[in-house]
Design a binder for this molecule. Structure first.
Ligand code: HEM
Length: 506
């Protein structure tokens, strides 16, 4: 039996808690009024959002997550609130809200639980950190991305040539997405580590025999990302997703990256052994901090940000071109006009010349619009705040966002809004970029605001260069999967074609 003093203490605590809650409600009510906020539409998700969450995970299992989310916007409008596993969350595809989230109210929002969810694999780096840690990483990396070495075309040439060697020359059907994923792991590791893991080289064994072959590294890295996406989806229950398979893949990825971390540290300690003139991002990072864990985290954060996104873009370009032969013809014509074909090359492929082919840029823009490599994203309110749209019966008033509330946004769904892109918003039509090249916050494949993608130029150069080389070498692309009705948009952390992109090239 509890003593009366203890009972009194417990009662007092409860009263204080209650009063704090009441005070917070009154303050929030006052702020909402002051900011002109109106209640948002609430989309049903069942008791505590559990049935809604189950429907979403089922959709994810069937590679239908991105479409499932887009369908909810078609049903409930551009901004709505919903409950997920007991948490209230806001969802929006209003460009004004996304602009507030990423730029004009940048300090009101943070990445929320991303660090905790991704920590086992990525640790603390530019992609997982907020605040001072993020500012430091960004300041350190930004100059590296403006250097000439970024998207070094000579470096890329060897990898793209290897990819071309791997394309079946007898006109048989193959999955070009698989090759693009190997291409970008090879080029990204080359750029980052100074040495490619050689995923396109059969059974090549890395310097450290215990690490296993390079394709094994690519597979382990893929698997870790799949689990990171599940952890992200599980919100505050992320810690429950930590199976042995995930831990083993993480260990494998770390072993490989540690091999390069060690090399970068050695290069710093023995500069006399360094190859002159070679630029290696890992060495630039080691110059700032050569703590092995800090270096590993930084390198993995960039590898994650840069690798799958570019292969996703290239795969989508081929998905569309294989279904639009007239666009392939037009683009190939523009490329061969500028550079010649592989038998009769006319001019060197340079950064400047790559930028000089507007139709190539339109094709890339259009693929990034319809199938953005980062289709779904979210931020979490770091304080009580508001967003400009979504409140009231017409959705035109501001909405109140409580501290801690996740705000999810789908770039995929926003890029398909007919009121923004016209009645043919769902069609692949690169010419729309000729008519209207300037887009604002309604076009966001690379994000916007202070956390805008650092690798945008790198990615566009790599994708452009690969397209030019492939189109110089092959005259025709054919759809190898005519039975497929629409793209199967699967999202791990980045967009992938759930059934691959099957084509014939000759
Ligand atoms: C088509 C290719 C790419 C797309 C569509 C893309 C898209 C994005 C997006 C949407 C973000 C924001 C993520 C967020 O804040 O939640 C981002 C961030 C980032 N990207 Fe990219 N990216 C691409 C390629 C690359 C490449 C090739 C690199 C590096 C080699 C790279 C490096 C980064 C980095 C370091 C960040 C973190 C920036 C920060 O938080 O300050 N990206 N990217």
């Amino acid at each position: 039996m509890l003593s009366p003093a203890v009972l009194l203490f417990v009662a007092l605590c409860l009263v204080i808690l209650l009063l704090q809650q009441i005070q917070q409600r009154i303050r929030r009510h006052g702020d909402a009024k002051k900011w002109g906020c109106q209640p948002p539409l609430v989309a049903p998700t069942g008791f505590l959002g559990i049935p809604g969450f189950i429907r979403m995970t089922r959709a994810a299992k069937k590679k239908h997550w991105v479409e499932f989310v887009a369908e909810r916007y078609s049903k409930y409008g551009n901004t709505f609130q919903q409950t997920m596993l007991g948490h209230q969350a806001m969802s929006t595809i209003d460009p004004e809200n996304i602009k507030a989230l990423l730029a004009t109210q940048f300090n009101d929002f943070c990445l929320g639980t991303r660090l905790r969810e991704f920590y086992p694999v990525l640790g603390a780096g530019i992609f997982t950190l907020d605040g001072a840690g993020w500012s430091h990483s960004r300041a350190l990396l930004r100059p590296q991305f403006t250097r000439d070495q970024v998207a070094d075309l000579c470096l890329m040439d060897g990898h793209v040539s290897r990819l071309i060697e791997l394309v079946p020359k007898d006109g048989s059907i193959f999955d070009i997405q698989r090759l693009f994923f190997l291409l970008t792991i090879d080029s990204a590791t080359h750029f980052l580590f100074g040495e490619s893991v050689g995923a396109m080289e059969d059974n090549r064994v890395l310097g450290n025999a215990s690490v296993g072959n390079a394709q094994g590294f690519a597979e382990a890295f893929n698997l870790t990302q799949e689990y990171l996406a599940y952890r992200s989806m599980a919100l505050s229950f992320y810690w429950m997703i930590n199976p042995k398979e995930f831990r083993d893949a993480t260990r494998r990825v770390h072993e490989v990256v540690d091999y390069y971390v060690h090399k970068a540290i050695e290069a710093k300690r023995h500069p006399e052994k360094k190859e002159p003139g070679r630029y290696i991002l890992a060495e630039a990072l080691a110059a700032d901090n050569d703590d092995p864990k800090v270096l590993r985290d930084s390198m993995l954060n960039i590898l994650l940000a840069g690798r799958d996104t570019t292969s996703s873009l290239l795969s989508s370009v081929f998905y569309f071109l294989a279904r639009h032969p007239a666009i392939w013809e037009k683009l190939r014509h523009a490329i061969v006009d500028e550079f010649g074909d592989s038998q009769n090359p006319k001019a060197d492929i340079t950064h400047a010349r790559l930028k000089d082919i507007p139709y190539l840029r339109y094709v890339l823009n259009e693929a990034l619009r319809l199938l953005p490599p980062v289709p779904l994203n979210f931020r979490v309110a770091a304080k009580d705040t508001s967003l400009p749209l979504g409140g009231g019966p017409d959705g035109k008033s501001p909405i109140y966002i409580k501290n801690g509330m996740p705000v999810m946004y789908s770039i995929y769904a926003m890029h398909r809004r007919k009121d923004l892109y016209g009645p043919d918003a769902d069609s692949f039509r690169p010419e729309r970029w000729e008519e209207n090249a300037k887009r604002g916050w309604e076009y966001l494949p690379f994000n916007g605001g202070p956390r805008i993608c650092l690798g945008q130029q790198y990615a566009l150069t790599e994708a452009s260069y690969t397209m030019v080389k492939l189109m110089q070498r092959f005259t025709t692309v054919e759809n190898g999967d005519p039975g497929l009705k629409g793209p199967i948009v699967d999202s791990k952390l980045t967009m992938v074609h759930g059934d691959g992109v099957k084509v014939r090239l000759y």
